[in-house]
Design a binder for this molecule. Structure first.
Ligand code: NAG
Ligand code: ZN
Length: 583
């Protein structure tokens, strides 16, 4: 699997598909023996029962028909290959992969037509090419999970959260935070209108999806240069990193040092020897950043095509957070070598990054020079954080709304793209820049769809990381406003976090939650507390804007500029438990 992902060839794919069938056989055999030899559900010791539960829930390995399991694995690897091989040739003549080429272009270009070309063409070379594979995949994976005793794949995924009220809880959190997102959306829309012209925006209130500096409009940090309200030293330290000749290695060292400053575990030797932290030349690789556990207590690796930017520095912390979790629970029984829930696993590195991103900390590590402590700098900083953390919420919410509805059969293949855009328009308030049809398959242009990585974990993570941050800041005796807290060098904060990571999945996540934050529930209050000053400021900035929000329905794509394109468009895991990937 590692070999395939870092060296995509037909040969390596074949090996991987065969291996995953072997692994499935082993898992199936263990589960069979556990069920045959023990009446485990009747045992008294809940720790033992919990282990049995995990041994017998084996995911897609439960598929009874082996040739179908093989086919499922094959289909998944084909979709991944399409995605990772996606290359876009622009009308200017140059061709780019997603990383680093297209990502950089989207982040830095402010040319409306060029951005639109990139946006459209990426979807042509990825999603569109896998639409048929995806509907076959849905059939197959549902059958696998039904063989495992679930009603469909969505039910299997949700079961990881061990909560009857999970979906409702998620919805409640989303509703609570909706008003924050609306304020940010209105502010960004006004700025973008002044850059690109009002005529480019539909009257429904939506923002064209290609203008956010990000392929999926999921995080908007790259727009900071357009949006930063006060003229101060930018909190985006990318230029400083370049000036100081930062390398991928240096970025990983900075992150490792932060973990160690908290008294947490340092990255082991094998990590430095075997990780792939730069994009290699001369072979196709899956660039999407991920963290790997080889379950032998020694070998842990990150795979990342690191670019020297602040946003990648944050990603480095994110991935290293996964490794830290792996290291902390490596002595637990194998079935407990997992996150308390999937959201916990995604939150670890991000929690540290909340401290790393503060101007105070960036100054400590010499990436910012003139840090002033005033209201204006505060707003600049909080806006940059909101473009990451608040902008993400509806996207994090809707990805699996779409998949749950696909897996349950509510959305059939003939409505895949329509349903996708319904959700995108409704929740994110964005719209496709050109006409879309069922010939397109826009969900497939996002890594986690072909890679079949569940996504609600990121939404959960973006909520609970602020709960964790608040708890750790308290442990670190930080008394100022939440957004200024930096837990660097606090052994107390490190211990609080470590104690929870060491549990792995041996206890239900509510238990882990209580240990760290003192309550058993997910809670949006710390996010609100963190951003309160910014939200007040945004409300004031938006007070002249009568049209905050947007209509539920998607608008028709704008005419004029893009008629030519629109017209054209009208015509026409395996072992996923091994890896943890970035959003
Ligand atoms: C990539 O895989 C092929 C086998 O398909 C192998 O011959 C080649 O040496 C591998 N390249 C690297 C750099 O590992
Ligand atoms: Zn991750």
């Amino acid at each position: 699997m590692w070999n395939f992902n870092t060296n995509i060839t037909e040969h390596n794919r074949q090996i991987m598909v065969n291996k995953s069938v072997e692994v499935a056989q082993i898992e199936k055999e263990w589960a069979r023996r556990a069920n045959a030899r023990f009446d485990w559900e009747k045992l008294k010791d809940s720790y033992i029962v919990r282990q049995f539960k995990k041994i017998t829930h084996i995911g897609i390995a439960a598929m009874k028909d082996e040739s179908k399991l093989q086919r499922l694995n094959h289909v998944m690897s084909e979709m991944e290959e399409i995605y990772s091989g996606g290359k876009v040739c622009l009308s200017t003549g140059d061709c780019h992969a997603l990383e680093p080429g297209l990502t950089r272009l989207l982040a830095t270009s402010r040319d409306y037509d060029l951005l639109q070309e990139v946006w459209v063409k990426w979807r042509e070379v990825t999603g569109k090419k896998m639409k048929n594979l995806y509907s076959e995949f849905v059939e197959l994976i549902n059958e696998a999970h039904r063989d495992g005793g679930y009603s469909d794949t969505a039910a299997a995924w949700k079961s990881k959260y061990e909560s009857e009220t999970f979906e409702q809880d998620i919805e409640d959190l989303f509703i609570q935070l909706g008003p924050l997102y609306k304020q940010l959306h209105a502010f960004v829309r006004r700025k973008l209108m002044s850059v690109y012209g009002k005529d480019k925006f539909p009257t429904s209130g939506h923002i064209p999806a290609h203008l956010f500096g990000n392929m999926w409009s999921q995080q908007w940090n790259s727009l900071l240069d357009l949006l930063q309200p006060y003229d101060k030293e930018s909190v985006d330290v990318t230029p400083a990193m370049k000036e100081q000749n930062y390398t991928a290695l240096k970025m990983f060292q900075v992150s490792d040092e932060f973990f160690q400053s908290l008294g947490m575990l340092k990255m082991p030797k094998a990590f430095w020897e075997h990780s792939m932290i730069e994009k290699p030349k001369g072979r196709q690789v899956q660039c999407h950043a991920s963290a790997w556990n080889f379950y032998n207590k020694k070998d842990f690796r990150v795979k990342q095509c690191t670019d020297v930017t602040m946003s990648d520095l944050i990603t480095v912390h994110h991935e290293m957070g996964h490794i830290e979790y792996y290291l902390m629970y490596k002595d637990k029984p194998i079935v407990f070598q997992n996150g308390a829930n999937p959201g916990f696993h995604e939150a670890v590195g991000d929690v540290l990054a909340l401290s790393v991103s503060t101007p105070k900390h960036l100054q400590k590590i010499n990436l910012l020079k003139n840090v002033v402590d005033d209201k204006e700098s505060d707003i600049n900083f909080m806006l940059s954080m909101a473009l990451d953390k608040i902008a993400f919420l509806p996207f994090g919410y809707l990805m699996d709304q779409w998949r749950w509805s696909v897996f349950s059969g509510e959305t059939p293949p003939s409505q895949y793209n329509e349903k996708w855009w319904q959700l995108r328009c409704k929740y994110q308030g964005i719209s496709p820049p050109v006409m879309r049809s069922e010939d397109d398959f826009d969900p497939g242009a996002k890594y986690h769809i072909p890679a079949n990585t569940p996504y609600i974990r990121y939404f959960v993570s973006f909520i609970i990381q602020f709960q964790f941050h608040k708890a750790l800041c308290k442990a670190a005796n930080q008394t100022g406003p939440l957004h200024t807290c930096d837990i660097y060098r606090s052994k107390e904060a490190g211990k609080l976090l470590s104690d929870v990571l060491k549990l792995g999945s041996s206890k239900p996540w509510e238990y882990a939650m209580e240990k760290i934050v003192g309550s058993r529930k997910m809670d949006a209050a710390p996010v609100m507390e963190y951003f309160k000053p910014l939200i007040d400021w945004l409300v004031e900035q938006n007070s002249q804007d009568e049209s905050i929000g947007w209509e539920d329905e998607c608008p028709m794509p704008p005419t004029g500029h893009s008629t030519q394109l629109s017209a054209r468009f009208c015509l026409i895991g395996i072992l996923t438990f091994l890896t943890m990937v970035i959003f």
